[in-house]
Design a protein around this ligand. Structure first.
Ligand SMILES: Cc1cc2nc3c(=O)[nH]c(=O)nc-3n(C[C@H](O)[C@H](O)[C@H](O)COP(=O)(O)O)c2cc1C
Length: 181
């Protein structure tokens, strides 16, 4: 099975990337591709950038290909102002305008595991709830979710390791996800 592990942060110090790296440790030998928002550089979407022979952005096409080539997706996303990062929404907007998408949706009805962490006590919960309600419209079959609040209380900067409690939660999440596929 091929898993597309995607972090919707473009920060080189992303805490959601740390969480996603923990997720892929528990894939039990399944093949995976690991990407972050920083790998998909795109202009801010405008209908003025479409049509009239203007090329469709290669980065958006590449993202769609990763989705299409995968059997399952794990998405770790930051919360920005109670919602998803603008760069991620921009990526989804571009993908939704791919001329050859046909009747497909951006996430191609793929099973998806959704998680978020933040330094705050809600752990990106507003965004998780928001994405849980709208991502099915984007063709994501959300199987399970996890929020990790107060990230820095569960992470040792010196060793770069998450604490046992969080690692166990992530392991459970991924096992549950794999079992649901
Ligand atoms: C523009 C902006 C808005 C933010 N809004 C929220 C928020 O609504 N809720 C929250 O818990 N954290 C918020 N944060 C803090 C992020 O959770 C924190 O920066 C976290 O490290 C982002 O995840 P990342 O490191 O994976 O990029 C915000 C950060 C930024 C830069």
């Amino acid at each position: 099975m091929k898993v597309f592990a995607f972090c919707a942060s473009n920060s080189s110090k992303s805490i959601n990337k740390i969480l996603l790296k923990e997720c892929v440790q528990h894939l039990n030998g399944n093949d995976f591709t690991f990407k972050t928002m920083a790998d998909f550089d795109l202009p801010v979407f405008s209908q003025d950038l479409e049509g009239d022979g203007q090329p469709y952005p290669a980065a958006a096409l590449e993202f769609l290909q990763h989705v299409q080539d995968s059997d399952a997706i794990i998405l770790a996303t930051p919360e920005h102002n109670s919602s998803m990062p603008a760069a991620f929404k921009n990526l989804v907007d571009w993908c939704s305008r791919y001329p050859d998408l046909g009747k497909n949706k951006v996430f191609h009805d793929k099973p998806l595991c959704l998680l978020s962490t933040s330094p705050g006590k809600r752990g990106g919960m507003n965004n998780l709830e928001h994405l849980s309600s709208i991502m099915p419209w984007w063709g994501a079959d959300i199987k399970n979710t996890l929020s990790v609040p107060s990230f820095y209380e569960h992470f040792d900067k010196e060793s770069g390791r998450l604490d046992d409690e969080t690692r166990a939660k992530v392991k459970n999440l991924v096992s549950e996800f794999l079992a649901a596929l």
